[in-house]
Design a protein around this ligand. Structure first.
Ligand code: BGC
Length: 763
């Protein structure tokens, strides 16, 4: 039973009241209309933990927020490759939101990591749209399972912080569809977020907040979104244009400015009141959905959520290298040297609107000492200062070398200082601070057993220094219990199972967007097209330090018995995940001596699709937990949409029949088994138009016949012999038929091409 009679309310509300409803009240609330019983609801960040600001607050993370569990950031969560775990994180965040009376959580953020330089990459899941979409959907399902809404953000193509409120991302249609929109489409279709947050930037010159195609034609009409579109905080440039484009709620409050412009536009006949009514109906619909959340203050179980944060962080840690199986540290540990300020002062989250006030915070030094007790001597030296211009680098270095000398193992905690990455600005390089690398090299010179633990929100280059480390653990920004999880992994209590959701390149100059990023004069050209992340490195066959999907374990896994079968292979392009598909099965065995989890990855490359095309793309993944010696069957279904590419000519997904290379492996560059699957069927024909070439006419099943007949019976006699020679065809095949017709003079007759097009449509 609906609580509000929306139609009656739309009648009853004045234009003034309606205009006030489509703009917020303060920073975090919707506007209430007490006269008609419409209450206000509260929204809060954020993606990896609640940031509820008491009072009116601010949105840039300056003010304090109520304590909440700080879960691993999205950069870490992406590496878990674990759908169920991410859903559980969502459920816990939803529960905390509900306990605070927060109706909508402003997340998840699923923008693609176009470049490691983006200052906000720590808030995003991956460089790959499938992984971002699947994990983003899991977060939405988890949060919304608690009766709390989500805000899928930042829609769309918000891949940098530089000039983020104005920058125009210049992206072609195929790249938009295949890379930047695909994750959003999946989450909208599969998880139905209550709200979508439009981004600050422009896309091909149009503000996302004012883009009718984006907010209405694509999001609602094509993908079936039935929720509310909210602006990013301050993203509305022209409130009237935004409303007309499909934006429902401007946030935060514009202190009456937006509503006044909307009223004036209606009064002047420039805006149809029905457009306002539609947005008002959606605002009331959201309020209605959120009402059961109310103003509750039911406590949540802080211990249980901290334990979950620790479990999750353990699943996100990526073991990049482990020479001589130096990890896990087991038996006779002797004396351990712990070097690096981050071991004492953890970097566990990023700065800006996602910044959580954690309920508690663990550090690796303390966690290690507690776990090892007094049997093992743990000797700490900070080694370097973090964001500390006063630090005496030489003295810190000397102290670190002293601690490392004679230690049985040295654990070096390196990472990016908070000043390097944040919402609001981008990095300019991908290096660790030089003083940290200097300390590592000096420690290595006096000790043979060195383990590096990294804390950073986006990829850092390892090429220069990895030689100094026997093992490297990428711990990302692991949330409030991240340090405990690192200790769990170091000591083997947890077998690492994180896999890279983003490539670690050798150098910045290798990265896909290099030379095009961050643009200039408020315009950034996405010149690399669909070749983002591993799609780029594989296309140009360039070495990387650690590939997408990579991560070691303390055990080993074998892949066998790959079976690939095409089902209903008729070559028909289908709709969203239609009937046509490739079924894949394989056996995975834990061939080592420890229990462990493997992330089985499925990649597909369309061998016969038009170039340029990616060599392989992630089309499925599954995390399996296996005891030593245990085997399991893993199956995947690759739907027709997954096999299709976007055609800018037909403005649609096209499944090109032909051969597909289906590969399974432990990373994008550790393919263990491959097979070829062939989808049979006619090549999809492109619609013919006035610019279609002779070859396209000859490729078109109907066009070919119509053209042939017209040439055979032309006023100047039979012209078909000109089609008989391969040599002639290769010369003139690329000519639009209209141009050939002109060159043939009257031979084909006046208006011949238009007549042919009419004949084709008539059939
Ligand atoms: C951010 C959003 C955030 C909002 C509210 C904006 O600056 O881009 O991600 O949800 O502020 O804090």
């Amino acid at each position: 039973m609906s609580q509000f009679d929306i139609a009656a309310l739309l009648e009853e509300l004045t234009v003034e009241e309606k205009a006030s409803l489509v703009s917020g009240s303060g920073f975090w609330h919707t506007t209430a209309i007490e006269r008609t019983g419409i209450p206000s609801i509260m929204v809060s960040d954020g993606p990896h933990g609640l940031r509820k600001q008491p009072g009116d607050g601010d949105h840039v993370g300056l003010g304090q927020s109520v304590p909440a569990t700080c879960f691993p950031t999205a950069a870490a969560l992406g590496s878990s490759f674990d759908v169920d775990l991410v859903r559980r994180v969502g459920a816990a965040i939803g529960e905390e939101a509900r306990s605070q009376g927060v109706a909508v959580v402003l997340g998840p953020g699923i923008n693609i990591k176009r470049t490691p330089l983006c200052g906000r990459n720590f808030e995003y899941l991956s460089e790959d749209p499938l992984l971002s979409g699947v994990l983003g959907a899991a977060l939405v399902v988890g949060i919304q399972s608690q009766g709390v809404g989500t805000s899928l953000k930042h829609f769309a193509v918000n891949n940098q912080e530089t000039d983020r409120l104005r920058i125009s991302a210049q992206v072609d249609e195929r790249t938009l569809r295949e890379i930047y929109l695909a994750g959003f489409e999946r989450v909208v279709r599969e998880a139905a977020p209550w709200t979508v947050m439009c981004s600050y930037n422009r896309i091909n010159g149009v503000y996302a907040s004012q883009d009718h195609w984006l907010l209405t034609e694509l999001l609602r009409d094509e993908w079936g979104f039935d929720g509310l579109v909210v602006s990013d905080w301050g993203a509305v440039d022209d409130p009237v244009a935004a409303l007309a484009a499909g934006l429902d709620l401007e946030m935060p409050s514009s202190h009456g400015a937006g509503p006044a412009q909307i009223r004036a536009a209606i009064a002047a006949g420039e805006l149809d009141e029905a457009v306002l009514d539609l947005a008002v109906a959606r605002v009331i619909g959201l309020v209605e959905r959120a009402l059961p959340v109310g103003d509750q203050t039911e406590p949540f179980d802080e211990d249980a959520h901290h334990a979950l944060a620790r479990e999750v962080a353990g699943e996100c840690v990526v073991l990049l290298k482990n020479d001589r199986a130096i990890l896990p540290l087991t038996g006779g540990l002797g004396r351990i040297a712990v070097i690096g300020e981050f071991a004492r002062s953890p970097r566990f989250q990023g700065a800006g609107s996602s910044k959580v006030n954690p309920t508690r915070l663990s550090d690796a030094l303390g966690a290690l000492q507690r776990r090892l007790g007094s049997d093992v001597a743990v000797d700490f030296a900070p080694g370097f200062g973090v964001d500390d211009p006063e630090a005496d680098d030489d003295a810190l270095l000397a102290d670190a070398v002293r601690a490392a000398t004679g230690a049985d193992t040295v654990l070096v905690f390196l990472g990016l200082p908070a000043s390097y990455e944040s919402e609001g600005f981008d990095r300019t390089h991908i290096d660790l601070p030089a003083d940290q690398i200097r300390v590592l090299a000096a420690v290595r010179a006096v000790n043979e057993r060195v383990v590096v633990v990294l804390s950073n929100g986006s990829a850092v280059a390892t090429d220069e220094w990895e030689v100094h480390a026997d093992a490297i653990l990428e711990a990302w920004l692991g949330g409030q219990a991240g340090a405990e999880a690192v200790v769990d992994v170091l000591l083997g209590d947890v077998n690492p199972s994180g896999r890279l959701a983003e490539t670690i390149p050798v150098r910045l100059g290798d990265t896909p967007a290099f030379g095009n990023f961050p643009g200039r004069d408020s315009e950034v050209v996405y010149g690399e097209g669909v070749f983002v992340g591993y799609r780029h490195y594989d296309l140009v066959d360039r070495p990387v330090s650690f590939p997408f999907g990579h991560g070691l374990s303390y055990t080993t896994f074998d892949y066998s018995d790959l079976e690939v079968a095409v089902v209903d292979g008729t070559g028909r392009p289908g709709g969203w995940q239609g009937a046509e598909r490739i079924d894949v099965r394989l056996t995975v065995t834990n061939s080592g001596t420890r229990a462990g989890k493997e992330v089985v990855q499925l990649y597909v490359g369309a061998l016969d699709a038009p170039s340029p095309r990616p060599v392989r793309e992630l089309k499925g993944f599954e995390k399996v937990d296996l005891a030593p010696g245990e085997s399991t069957t893993v199956s995947f279904v690759v739907a027709d949409r997954d096999l299709s590419q976007w055609s800018i000519r037909s403005h649609g997904w096209v499944l090109e029949p032909g051969r597909f290379e289906v590969s399974v492996g432990a990373s994008s560059r550790d393919i263990r088994s491959s097979a070829t699957a062939t989808i049979e069927g006619p090549r999809p024909s492109m619609p013919l138009g006035r610019s279609s070439t002779l070859s396209e006419w000859l490729d078109h099943p109907v066009g070919q016949e119509v053209l042939f007949e017209a040439l055979r019976t032309s006023p100047s006699g039979d012209l078909t012999p000109m089609l008989a020679s391969e040599e002639t065809l290769s010369m003139i095949g690329s000519f639009p038929l209209t141009r050939l017709a002109v060159m043939l003079g009257d031979a084909m007759g006046p208006g011949a091409v238009d007549q042919l097009l009419a004949d084709v449509s008539a059939q």
